[in-house]
Design a protein around this ligand. Structure first.
Ligand SMILES: Cc1cc2nc3c(=O)[nH]c(=O)nc-3n(C[C@H](O)[C@H](O)[C@H](O)COP(=O)(O)OP(=O)(O)OC[C@H]3O[C@@H](n4cnc5c(N)ncnc54)[C@H](O)[C@@H]3O)c2cc1C
Length: 312
């Protein structure tokens, strides 16, 4: 059984940064990742691909709406979506190999498979081929990230009712896209598809978009996106999503009034939940709060602060 000083489960920004630092500090380090590629949500299906599409769609908007004002004549602007998606995938792949190279440089051993904590200091890794490997370690870092939240009445089917993961990979711009949840992810992807030709409607339960931001900023954002063609319904509660002949019929209420919407695709972007399935940490006394987040104590908080200080 191979022995390590620290085993990190999950290779997102939380996990791979911790692995790099542990390696730099001379600890014998391993990282366990269940997906084929390293980098987690952020690199594979989050920050990076969404920014790649935002950049490309921003160029489209510039060519269509702004270029002429600068005296630049661009006739007949067309979108080659497969090529745009290929560029996005290439950006992601380049960064995947960057993370892999960082693991190598910092002498971090990579294990591909689902990491399960079987006992204190013991991690078993089950690969996609079904092979299991046991590893022993003095310390374990849990960095298993999050997954999109599903609405009970609108289960993801990957085709009509989708999460951000599928909305990053549409092969054509949906004619009508309905976005449930006007937080950062919904706003980003709503903007992308609006710029690429979809008619985008956003339904938000709260009284304003991007609720975590300053009021001034969220008002400005809503005004700008409305000017770009997105329709917003705030203080609107979605209660049902039905599929009829491949199209979604969405029922919502706003100020006591029932509203109905039809869409080709519905993006549910109502937040993310902690992901700890298959980890088995509960059996070992790891405590979770009511939202299934791992409770950290002062020592863990100090360690993560120390990691952050050292990593800067
Ligand atoms: C569309 C979108 C856009 C975003 N844009 C931004 C942005 O612009 N800026 C920003 O700061 N944040 C952004 N985020 C959020 C960002 O992606 C997350 O905050 C970040 O990825 C969290 O990092 P993490 O390491 O905690 O988890 P993750 O990145 O989720 O990584 C966790 C990893 O653990 C692996 N894993 C889980 N369980 C196991 C197991 N048992 N065994 C082995 N591996 C396991 C998972 O496969 C995953 O690779 C965005 C998210 C999305 C979805």
């Amino acid at each position: 059984m191979e022995k390590f000083d620290v085993v990190i489960i999950g290779s997102g920004p939380g996990g791979y940064i911790a692995a790099i630092r542990a390696g730099q500090l001379g600890l014998k380090t391993a990282i366990v990742e269940k997906d084929k590629e390293l980098g987690g949500t952020c690199l594979n299906v989050g920050c990076i691909p969404s920014k790649a599409l935002l950049t490309s769609s921003d160029h489209v908007m510039f060519a269509r709406k702004e270029a002429a004002k600068h005296g630049i004549v661009i006739d007949n602007v067309q979108v080659d979506l497969p090529k745009m998606q290929q560029r996005k995938d290439k950006v992601v792949r380049t960064m995947n190999s960057g993370v892999r190279a960082l693991m190598k440089t910092n002498k971090v051993t990579t294990f591909e498979g689902i990491g399960t904590i079987t006992a204190p200091g013991k991690v078993s890794v089950k690969s996609s081929k079904g092979e299991t490997q046991e590893i022993e370690t003095k310390n374990i870092v849990i960095a298993t990230g999050s997954a999109p939240i599903e609405l009970p009445f609108a289960k993801f089917d990957g085709k009509t009712i989708v999460s951000s993961t599928e909305a990053l990979c549409f092969t054509e711009a949906p004619k009508k896209l309905l976005v449930i949840g006007a937080g950062a992810i919904g706003l980003e992807l709503g903007s992308v598809w609006n710029r690429l030709g979809s008619e985008v409607t956003m339904l938000e339960f709260l009284p304003r978009v991007a609720i975590g931001f300053d009021l001034e900023l969220s008002n400005l954002l809503q005004r700008l996106l409305t000017a770009q063609g997105i329709t917003f319904h705030l203080e609107t509660k979605v209660s049902a999503v039905k599929i009829d002949n491949g199209r979604a019929i969405v029922t919502a209420t706003k100020g006591g009034e029932e509203l109905k919407f039809e869409a080709d695709k519905v993006l549910v972007s109502v937040g993310r939940r902690p992901f700890s399935e298959g980890l088995c940490a509960e059996k070992l006394g790891v405590e979770f709060d009511e939202r299934k987040r791992i409770k950290v104590d002062n020592i863990s908080a100090q360690i993560s602060k120390a990691f952050m200080r050292l990593a800067m």
